[in-house]
Design a protein around this ligand. Sequence first.
Ligand code: BG6
Length: 480
Amino acid sequence: MTQTTYNFPKGFLWGGATAANQLEGAYLEDGKGMNLADVMPGGKVRLKVISEPGFDFKIDKEKYVYPNHDGIDFYHRYKEDIALFAEMGFKTYRMSIAWSRIFPNGDESEPNEKGLAFYDRVFDELKKYDIEPVVTISHYEIPLHLITEYGGWRNRKVIEFFEHYATTLFKHYKNKVKYWLTFNEINGATHMPILGLGFSPESEETKLQDSFQGLHHQFVASALAVKAGHEIIPESQIGCMLVYVPTYSYDSNPENVMHALQEERLFNNYCGDVQVRGEYPAFANRFFKENDITLDIKEGDLELLKEGTVDFISLSYYMSRTEKKNKTPEEIGQGNLIGGVKNPFLNASDWGWEIDPTGLRIGLNQLYDRYQKPLFIVENGLGAYDKVEEDGSINDDYRIDYLREHIQAMGEAIEDGVELMGYTPWGCIDLVSASTGEMSKRYGFIYVDKQDDGTGTLDRKKKKSFHWYKEVIETNGKKL
Ligand code: BG6
């Protein structure tokens, strides 16, 4: 039986989420260094271009546009934007800090004071409205220098740069930020190493070895950050961040069920097990053996992983995945972003992401059953084309329907016994898409007048969903 109204806990953290590189703009202002996002071209070619092994990490304005350079100019308009978040009643705002604003090259010993000052201004503005920041330390924006000079996270040296960066943040913002996330969507790294780990594998053979080694370095870095954060800010809550994609078997054929289980464990559980339980899962041994992966684990690493486990689990949820052991050539590429085959029971967004609210309830239950730790949904939403009507209104009922169904699924999961801290839908204000660098893939409650070719006034406008979400927050999820 499903319910019609839901009991969200008192103090539930309703809000919205963004990432620095997708909205700030000002890509070279006040001493900021170049980062990965600054060389990512706009358009559907984006991920293909940056993943080519020969990609030179240079800007080529003759060939491409670079929408992240200006983003939506949050750097200069944050006051206006935060006022709009406050008008919706946000209790929390998930944002990230651009590493290269604080350490332009990533390997300096002294931070860039102007970079630190910018986020001081943002946190002070949030404080004015009692909006609690949730800060991602690294969201797909490693300083470029760490890629070109050090080879990204393959290189163990990057651990110490990250530790220094994280510690600098904890010390500087200790009176302003309580909730922290270490790495955005850490488990997506093996799927798309360039985004998460800052390198493109030379070949399919080296991809697994290098990605899993890079991930080991991130696990150690995350554990060091958690330890330091707890010491510097005793009341801090530090979480991991997973892109959670529940995996279904295509049918009841045990071969397919086993295959789905293996994919599920590797994608959804591998990172969580290390960051939450503090140890590598048993299934990893066989996987490493069968794929010729040998991790270089230094003395003390495994103890560190145990000491630096996270306080809560945050996740993004956009889709489920349906798996089959032997895919026909027609079925390959028909599934979701992360793989799989088409699910005949689901519809998809205009970008082919399958819409599955029940998958969110399933995922929350799976995660809570496995770890018994508080969960926090820090991303979810519908990327869609919006139309501004002649009278200026934007009637995004499709987005309202999507969010309503996902909030209902959260309500069901809470009834199931899941401990859920909050919900911050993705791209609460329109911003540059991460996977395609498009502006036209919009998620926001707030429309931003900027188009894919970079034109537009950057004016902000409230969509229909703005008013709807305001009421959701006001009634603590009772009115959907
Ligand atoms: C998540 C990322 O994968 O999905 C965000 O953490 C991203 O950075 C979001 O923007 C939506 O993806 P996209 O490609 O539609 O922007």
